[in-house]
Design a protein around this ligand. Sequence first.
Ligand code: AP5
Length: 223
Amino acid sequence: MNIILLGRPGAGKGTQCKAIAERYHIPQISTGDILRASVREKTYLGLKAQEYMDKGALVPDELVVEIVVERLNKADCRNGFIFDGFPRNMGQAEVLHKTLKKMGKKIDHVLYFDVEPKEIVKRLSGRRVCRKCGETYHIIYNMPTNIGICDKCGGDLYQREDDKEETIVARLDVYEEYTAPLIDCYRGKGLLRTINGVGGVDQVKKQIMDILDKDEIGSKVST
Ligand code: AP5
């Protein structure tokens, strides 16, 4: 199964991506996570990307596309993959389409997480992330047992630089201008499934699994 998760920043893509990856044993390809790791490691890519990320702007396509194409060629993508945060504009979608075509692959599902901007601001301003393992929490909706400490690995929780309120507004504007047009693009191709992203994490998960389980059972029956 080759899947794209689409939606506003903070719509819950990263949270659900982990669950999908675990259930179907396919890798999560999160361009935001890859870029943040490069920033931490101070690589050439990280140094270039940081100024864009801190402002809430998109990192230039020529930097992002290369890491995605390289990642898709790794052996663990053979049976499928999930994109979280890619493609982010029509240019990236076009490159992805051409790359997959060359590899004899295609996208099976585009899951669009529908969450209004007002809710997004609440989610992102309250998000906390583990410095060590990347697990995501929220100060109200998804609290860790001990404040500031990750339940999974005991690492420190921090607030992402781009989760400050003024940057959240900039990210939402960038989303409307560059990423939202992909909704109609994938709807036109018959791939888009809309997920109501409002409700508990488990409620959202159930909607996704209902769609993907049906597909998996269908593919098993037809083979
Ligand atoms: P990226 O890391 O991709 O950030 P994003 O798209 O802005 O998405 P987020 O990670 O902020 O949100 P999410 O939808 O994953 O939500 P989450 O599950 O964490 O990108 C960061 C930057 O990198 C970009 O601005 C750009 O500069 C650059 N970049 C990345 N990819 C790029 C690309 N392809 N091209 C160019 N530049 C690129 O949830 C959010 C919060 O809500 C959490 O606290 C969570 O606990 C909570 N929550 C989740 N689900 C629920 C629920 N159902 N109910 C209540 N709370 C919930």
